[in-house]
Design a protein around this ligand. Sequence first.
Ligand code: GLP
Length: 269
Amino acid sequence: MRVIIEPDYDKLSLWAARYIARRIKNHERSGETRPFVLGLPTGSSPLGTYKELIKLCRSGYLSFRNVVTFNMDEYIGLPKNHEQSYWMFMHRNFFDHIDIPAENANLLDGMAEDPVEECRAYEEKIASYGGIDLFLGGIGADGHIAFNEPFSSLSSRTREKTLTYDTKVMNSRFFGGNISAIPSKALTVGVETIMSADEVMILVNGHSKARALRHTVEGGVSQAWTCSALQMHKRAIIVCDEDACDELKVSTYRYFKDIEQANLEPMAL
Ligand code: GLP
């Protein structure tokens, strides 16, 4: 596991965006005709990264024309055009501002009549592209990745999940503070779906995520902290800010600062 510790949220976002841009460009330059397959999250954590990627696209440096995306999750019962659907979030904050063909952006349908079939078909579609090259994610304060709440199976695939009270409290900020307005269930990729990607990058910012970061990096692998599964991934990168490191041991913090010293500046384009 790599842990990149940036001074603040803006620098973290710039580092992550440039890394993603570099991966897409390298894929393009390799002469590969297969599209680059990118897994994407919602939430406040990736907003800065999306802004930087939009800038790179507008500047003409980066194109998403040969990129296919799969989002992590969607609330059950919210139609696409609902203000708080993840479909709406992704279009408002990312897809509407880049050159990705509409048919390349995949999201689970929270209104699907048959959620089991919806999830099966989603996994099948990911597989049809040869899997996900890079899965970008955020993390919940309780360590959940996508909507894989504490005690989710670490070998789970895309399926329906009931949201915990904690997650509903956290996400109520997007629903005017009204917990009862939040759907109780969601469709989400599984821990194993994320783990099957060639590479996983998780953004962790702010003091409220410090405990989750400690469990991700220093804790044992446990279904209680689904983020800890990343310890078993061959190419996992955590990009965090100083505030998120508040609960790491000094020795852990120093180790990653030392070993990544040469890589801390956001890469040149
Ligand atoms: C939701 C999403 C997760 C996200 C988490 C953290 O629960 N399903 O994918 O990582 O929120 O959100 P934020 O980035 O706003 O802290």
